[in-house]
Design a protein around this ligand. Structure first.
Ligand code: SAH
Length: 210
């Protein structure tokens, strides 16, 4: 699978049908998802690896990991209404590519903060903390307990804070990727229309891991 094909397949997946504002449900744009998944693939962090998609939403990041040959993906989200949509999106990806993905997908409905299962990689676009203060930091702290490599999306305004939180947990940035997301008005206070927001996706690595 090429990066371009990956981006096309991810662009065909369905978005949140009724996004829940309180849970900060917004989809990662398919181009951004393909960029960071391809980076993980090139660093050999996906093939035959156990991946956790924390705050999985409609499953775009985890489905991309399955398409790039992850051994198993845990899709973790607190919203039970997403189960059918994640399954439907996996089926769409299977039909478009002819790959079998479902047996490697494990959908877990639970609060991300209570998760204890370890994995090789956590990949996440968590809530940004606009509705529930510090949830972005809580997700990052949790991810650092679960795997030695993390890809995580945050608002660029939090770059310093996110980097220092990661450092406290023993993680250093390997690389970062800059994007502009057009967020819905529900995600940005006092905005009527879709609003461009600067986003950073970090690749952090546990610096004491081999
Ligand atoms: N990762 C998806 C969705 C991002 S939106 C994507 O890239 O498209 C953030 C997701 O986090 C939503 O699906 C929301 O339901 C979920 N979420 C919010 N709080 C959560 C919590 N405490 N535990 C698990 N999931 C949570």
């Amino acid at each position: 699978m090429s990066k371009a094909t990956l981006a096309v397949v991810l662009s065909k997946l369905s978005h949140f049908i009724k996004p829940k504002t309180k849970l900060e449900q917004y989809p990662t744009p398919s181009e951004a998802a393909a960029t960071i998944l391809w980076d993980a693939h090139m660093k050999n962090l996906l093939f035959d690896k156990h991946v956790i998609d924390l705050g999985a939403g409609t499953g775009i990041l985890g489905i991309g990991a399955l398409l790039l040959d992850a051994k198993k993906v845990d899709f973790v989200d607190v919203d039970k209404d997403l189960v059918e949509q994640i399954k439907n999106n996996i089926t769409i990806a299977e039909e478009l590519t002819g790959q079998t993905l479902m047996p490697r997908a494990n959908i877990l409905i639970k609060d991300a903060i209570t998760l204890t299962d370890k994995a090789d990689l956590v990949i996440m676009n968590p809530p940004f903390g606009t509705k529930e203060a510090y949830i972005d930091t809580e997700f990052l702290k949790k991810a650092s307990k679960l795997a030695n490599d993390i890809y995580t999306f945050h608002k660029a305004t939090t770059d310093k804070h996110i980097q220092s939180t990661a450092k406290t947990e023993g993680f250093l940035p390997v690389e970062n990727f800059k994007f502009t997301f057009n967020l819905l008005p529900t995600m940005v206070q006092h905005q009527k229309k879709k609003h461009p927001v600067a986003i950073t996706c970090w690749h952090f690595k546990n610096h004491s891991a081999k």
